[in-house]
Design a binder for this molecule. Structure first.
Ligand SMILES: CC(C)(COP(=O)(O)OP(=O)(O)OC[C@H]1O[C@@H](n2cnc3c(N)ncnc32)[C@H](O)[C@@H]1OP(=O)(O)O)[C@@H](O)C(=O)NCCC(=O)NCCS
Length: 327
């Protein structure tokens, strides 16, 4: 059967750097608290007038250039995002127009920090069935406009960025995306959400006054949840492919907190050196986190043909999963 493989990767982060020291001037926090609790030292903040689709397009152009693919050749564009330019239409249609990807149909996936992993699984299925030959998957997130900058529990964690991947078919059964294991637990919807601005609490003066249009989070519960379910998701992927954990050459992970990644990998039995970590520079960039990590590892020459890459992500929902890929 035809597999899908990643032909090109790209990333973009806005120029403006907001350091932990800068945050000390804004809320009651310290560089020491943020760095020791999360591993984050700084994050990027989008410029005024810079939208999610603008970041997505820059990342996409890099990925297309690496893949040697023209925008006009794309069959499909999927953007994983919960911070689209506007509630309607999707971010993906704006990306399609800006790229001039005239043949591609385009839509967003709402799976929070797992958005790009979930989107990747859809791209893989379309390619596997022959329904698409060139697919652009993007994770793009502009969370700096969705966090409450007076809430130290959340504002220190997130950053803005976009990552992109171009996929196409391969007839080599030993290469490409091998499996996806995706999960959702909607009973945990209240531990990370934006409660206002939707159909339950439409935008209103009351919603704004109560900050219901901003990210609300129970960090401790998310932490416990992540370190419980992610090791199982990696193990599930290994079992499904008849592989031992020692076969993993690299881990490319959504990065919300360095301690979560360290704890998960310790439980699975993968040395942390196998994981490309960059949240010290970007913070939690949600759906962008996984593709920007893949792009950095790729451009650093870290990924060799035939290497086994384990991917994992978790986000609001809760929604999480793993994928295995032979580079
Ligand atoms: C948010 C997180 C870093 C908090 O770390 P923690 O060790 O669990 O810290 P706690 O929640 O126990 O808070 C400890 C104290 O620090 C305080 N605190 C919270 N944010 C702070 C900040 N930025 N600076 C200083 N103190 C802070 C809390 O108010 C609390 O004070 P209290 O004990 O007086 O109430 C951690 O729980 C985490 O990363 N969770 C996962 C979040 C996540 O991944 N979200 C996105 C999902 S994709």
């Amino acid at each position: 059967m035809t597999h899908s493989q990643i032909l090109g990767t790209g990333a973009y982060a806005p120029k403006r750097v907001l350091t932990n020291r800068d945050l000390e001037e804004m809320v009651a926090t310290t560089d020491e608290w943020i760095a020791s609790r999360t591993g984050i030292k700084e994050r990027r903040i989008a410029a005024e007038g810079e939208d999610t689709s603008d970041m997505a397009v820059v990342a996409a152009r890099h990925a297309l250039a690496m893949a040697g693919c023209r925008a006009e050749d794309l069959d499909m564009i999927i953007v994983g995002t919960i911070s689209a330019d506007m509630p309607l239409p999707s971010c993906a249609v704006l990306v399609q127009a800006k790229l001039g990807a005239t043949r591609a149909f385009a839509f967003d996936i709402s799976a929070a920090c797992s958005g790009s992993l979930f989107a990747l699984s859809i791209a893989d299925r379309f390619i596997e069935t022959g329904a698409a030959r060139r697919v652009l998957v993007i994770g793009a997130e502009l969370l700096s406009r969705l966090v409450d900058w007076s809430d130290r529990n959340t504002c220190v964690l997130f950053g803005d960025a976009a990552g992109a991947m171009v996929l196409g078919p391969t007839s080599d059964p030993a290469r490409g995306l091998l499996s996806f294991h995706l999960h959702t637990d909607g009973t945990a919807a209240d531990i990370l959400n934006i409660p206002g601005g939707g159909s339950r609490h439409p935008q209103s003066a009351e919603v704004l006054a109560a900050n219901m249009h901003k990210v609300h989070m129970n960090g401790r519960e998310i932490y416990k949840y992540a370190v419980r379910v992610l090791p199982a998701a990696i193990q599930e992927a290994l079992d499904a492919n008849g592989l031992d954990v020692s076969a993993i050459d690299h881990v490319v992970s959504h990065q919300a907190n360095a301690r979560i990644v360290e704890s998960v990998l310790e439980r699975v039995g993968v040395p942390i050196e196998k994981c490309w970590l960059n949240l010290d520079r970007y913070g939690n960039t949600s759906s962008a986190s996984l593709p920007i990590s893949l792009d950095e590892a790729n451009r650093a020459g870290r990924l060799k043909p035939g290497d086994l890459i384990a991917m994992m992500a978790i986000g609001a929902g809760m929604a999480w999963g793993s994928a295995l890929m032979r580079w």
